[in-house]
Design a protein around this ligand. Structure first.
Ligand code: SAM
Length: 282
């Protein structure tokens, strides 16, 4: 079968199965082979790798993944896509399609017998990008890396550092678990149907050990959320107003001074390592 990255082949399959795109599942299928090749290259997929693909759609990227990897698990929520995937992936015997919601699937259980390196690769459904990425990271899925297509704006937020307007709780949360690298920007015309926003491919390489040490990880993340909840407020006020926390303004000010910071500083000026130190001081 000719590859689905040829838009004509995609159109034929959509017609053959009378497939109706579901907006609620974030279905924007790739129709550009060069973009898929860039994703496979950024993810550095080889025969020794086991790939978890989230949302294979009609199997466009899965065809490339099956050729590059040792084994592919493709988890798709939309059961209407199953007969299509059986057709478009019929040439590949190393792909297992699983009809599940990725947010409910026990990934560790799924891959527990696998010996190769696990790598996650996906053109993510944009309506649940953050829960998927944070779920994979916080649950310590045994993956070497996560290479995903996301909204350009989300990729910029993930990658941002202190002082940037995009820097926030998402940047800090992801960077605690992994090192982000933006591999490509992808315009709307590479998808069918076209999304309203620009996209980017981001690779997250999981750290073997967290880049900072902190006594209470949960407290640090509560402090981070509180600091960015009210962006224009000082960190002292943000933490003091948080329903999740019970520190007084004086306690926060004292900790900030010990950190060598001005007590009126805002959250966006602190690095991950400073949040870790602030958490330990409090
Ligand atoms: N990988 C295909 C491609 O690049 O052409 C499709 C990508 S499309 C942006 C996202 C895919 O994720 C859709 O096939 C959609 O049905 C699927 N999806 C949406 N929510 C899902 C979920 N919770 N679990 C698994 N798959 C999901």
């Amino acid at each position: 079968m000719e590859k689905l990255s040829n838009p004509q082949v995609t159109i034929e399959i959509i017609k053959k199965y009378n497939f109706a795109f579901q907006k609620r599942f974030g279905q924007n299928f790739l129709i550009d082979g060069h973009v898929i090749e860039k994703i496979i290259k950024a993810a550095d997929i080889g025969k020794e790798d086991v790939v978890l693909e989230i949302g294979p759609g009609i199997g466009t990227m899965t065809q490339y993944l099956a050729e590059a990897a040792g084994k592919v698990y493709a988890v798709e929520i939309d059961k209407n896509l199953l007969p299509i995937l059986a057709d478009t992936l019929s040439e590949y015997d190393n792909v297992e399609v699983i009809n599940e919601d990725i947010l409910k699937l026990d990934i560790e259980e799924l891959v527990k017998e696998e010996k190769g390196n696990l790598k996650v690769v996906a053109n993510l459904p944009y309506y649940i990008t953050t829960p998927i990425i944070m779920g994979l990271l916080e649950n310590h899925i045994p993956a070497k890396s996560i290479t995903v297509m996301v909204q350009k704006e989300v990729a910029e937020r993930i990658k941002a550092g202190p002082g940037s307007k995009d820097y926030g709780a998402l940047s800090l949360a992801v960077q605690y678990y992994a090192e982000p690298y933006i591999a490509a920007n992808v315009p709307p015309n590479c998808f069918m149907p076209r999304p309203n926003v620009g996209s980017a491919v981001i690779r997250l390489t999981n750290w073997d050990n967290p880049p900072v040490s902190v006594r209470d990880e949960k407290l640090m993340f509560k402090l981070i959320r509180a600091s960015f909840n009210q962006r224009r407020k000082t960190l002292q006020n943000g933490i003091n107003n948080s329903p999740e926390l019970s520190f007084t303004k004086e306690q926060v000010a004292e900790a900030l001074i010990k950190l060598g910071k001005n007590e009126n500083i805002r959250g966006e000026a602190l690095t991950l390592s400073e949040f870790a130190k602030l958490s330990d001081l409090l």
